[in-house]
Design a protein around this ligand. Structure first.
Ligand code: C5P
Length: 319
């Protein structure tokens, strides 16, 4: 490889995800949890611009995030339109860049600019998707030094939910999230293009908190692995089974016990609009498939009436 990158800038789409099916099956010795989950990317998300830092520095455009600069020891800068996105190494873009440098030895200065749309603490995978977008962009700028398997391994080290975003299609996630397999094409086709409404109250839920609460009730809250696999296998085997039949998330148990505004509204949406709403990941975002004739403005009004005007409501689709 020459010392020159073939390209010196990239724009990478970082989609949000929803967990259509999430069965946390038990605690591992490393403190994480094993799970079986069907996860789908949405046609909506953040946008990450990556520039060769030298080029940006020459043009005098950079307003680096000082925290990111300090943490990474220079050469990696990050700016974001949302002040609440952390600029230190808890930001998965910064972590991804650091791990990519270690793994490849590629050390060109890089500047990231993140246009943040995915809310934080939502269970929509925003931070994880940003981290994977950073890896994909860096891999491109560096001339693809990593084989796909090495990129997937690196993504798993950035965060439990990162590897799934390399697929750009609905996947099954196992282990702590690092074992990712594409859904069979026929099953993916049952999900792709389905319209969904994503909605979130004006508060987030911390993923570690949700898992800890589930663990505190163990084994009551866990779904046995064999049961989770059997449910998934039954859905995969039945080509007439709609996406709705796959729904399930046992992280709802701890989240709903504490944040009662969630089950209260979901119950109302079931009764008034015949929707099948569910928490995504550890929340606090929820989603529901939208039938063709769904009265979206009325549903949105019901959500805002229950959760306040600051509630986030977005019609989108599985991509
Ligand atoms: O890997 P990630 O940073 O996304 O995980 C956040 C936290 O969520 C972990 O520190 C852990 O507490 C919990 N977690 C878990 N099992 C998983 C994924 C996450 O216990 N499979």
């Amino acid at each position: 490889m020459s010392g020159f990158a073939a390209v010196n800038s990239a724009v990478v789409f970082a989609p949000a995800k929803i967990n259509l099916f999430l069965a946390v099956t038990g605690r591992r010795t490393d403190g994480f949890h094993d799970l079986v989950s069907v996860v789908a990317p949405l046609a909506w998300g953040d946008t990450l611009w990556i520039d060769s830092g030298e080029r940006r520095a020459e043009s005098g455009e950079i307003e680096p995030n000082a925290a990111a600069e300090a943490v990474t020891g220079g050469g990696i800068t990050l700016e974001c339109d949302e002040a609440c996105v952390p600029g230190d190494e808890t930001n998965l873009i910064v972590k991804a860049a650091r791990l990519f440098r270690e793994a490849t030895g590629w050390r060109e200065p890089v500047h990231f600019r993140l246009e943040k749309r995915i809310p934080l603490g939502a269970g929509l995978g925003g931070g994880s998707s940003d981290g994977t977008a950073a890896l994909r962009g860096l891999d491109l700028l560096a001339g693809h030094p990593l084989a796909p398997a090495a990129l997937a391994e690196l993504a798993a080290r950035v965060g439990s939910d990162c590897a799934l975003f390399l697929h750009g299609a609905p996947v099954v996630m196992r282990g702590r999230g690092e074992r990712v397999a594409a859904l069979p094409a026929a099953a993916a086709a049952r999900l792709r293009g389905r319209r969904v409404l994503v909605f979130k109250p004006d508060f987030g839920i911390g993923t570690p908190w949700a898992y800890q609460r589930l663990a505190a009730e163990a084994p009551a809250g866990y779904v046995p692995a064999a049961e989770a696999e059997a449910r998934l296998a039954a859905w995969l085997a039945d080509p007439s089974a709609p996406a709705e039949q796959l729904l399930g998330n046992n992280l709802e148990r701890p989240a709903f016990a504490k944040f009662i505004a969630l089950p209260a509204l979901l119950g109302e949406l079931r009764n008034r609009f015949a929707l099948a709403p569910q928490l995504s990941g550890s929340g606090s975002a929820c989603f529901a498939f939208l039938p063709d004739n769904a009265p979206v403005p009325e549903i949105a009004a019901a959500i805002r009436a229950a959760w306040g005007e600051a509630a986030f409501v977005l019609p989108t689709a599985i991509s």
